[in-house]
Structure formats: C-alpha cells, structure tokens
Design a protein around this ligand. Structure first.
Ligand code: FES
Length: 125
C-alpha cells in the first residue's frame, strides 16, 4: 500500500559532487583536476558542522558538463552549480541547503558552455 510518506523523498536534499578524473591534457578536462574532491570533502564537512539534517552529499562520476567544473547538482530541485572555491561551497550551504534559496550566481544554465565572469575564481572578468 502506498501512503503519502512513501512518496516523500528519502533525503530532504541530495547533493552530487563530480570527482571524475580524465587523463591530464584531455580536451574537456575533469572535475577532479579542477578541485572536485576538495569540494566534496569540504561540503560534507560543512554540512555536518552546520548540523543540516536529512541530507546526503555524494561523490559522483562524470555529469557531462566537465568544462564548467567542479560541478555539483542539488536534488530534488535539480539545480546545477559550478563550485570553484570554498566560499562558493559556503554560499550553497548557507543559502540553498539551509535557506532554500537558489544561488543564482553559481547556477549553470542548461545552454551554458563556459563560466560567467562572476563564477570564475576571484570573480575574474
Ligand atoms: S568530469 Fe565532472 S562533469 Fe565531467
């Protein structure tokens, strides 16, 4: 029998952090070489430190947006982020995972092919 509890998401938020590795020099690059493993570890530690309940922060294989990495996806919203720095992780933790607000600055649009200036490390233009 299906009850309303059966259709509720198992986790309130489920975050996938790409840590896929490609050979050095690959034309698309990869999230691991762009810092994806550090993003995953730092996000997991920060979520725990903040006491965010019912959340899962997993490593992921390639999400096929390698040039924009490190790439992070948050479900159930299905919001894609690029996450270049610890400050980016902090902002996603604080505003999205705790506050329920999408961090527009870091969102990857569906047709986006390169990082916007405000998404680059240090906000380079
Ligand atoms: S290597 Fe991360 S999206 Fe492909």
């Amino acid at each position: 029998m299906t009850t309303s509890d059966d259709t509720k998401a198992y986790f309130s938020s489920h975050v996938f952090c790409c840590i896929n590795e490609r050979p050095l020099g690959h034309k698309r690059g990869c999230c691991l070489h762009r810092g994806g493993d550090g993003v995953h570890k730092y996000m997991k530690a920060r979520a725990k430190q903040e006491g965010i309940e019912n959340i899962r922060i997993n490593k992921s294989g390639c999400l096929d947006r390698c040039e924009l990495g490190p790439v992070v996806v948050v479900y159930p919203e299905g919001v894609w982020y690029t996450c270049q720095t610890r400050e980016d992780v902090d902002e996603i933790i604080e505003r999205h995972l705790k506050g329920g607000e999408i961090v527009e600055r870091l969102v990857l649009d569906n047709d986006q092919e390169e990082l916007r200036p405000e998404q680059r490390r240090g906000g380079e233009t």
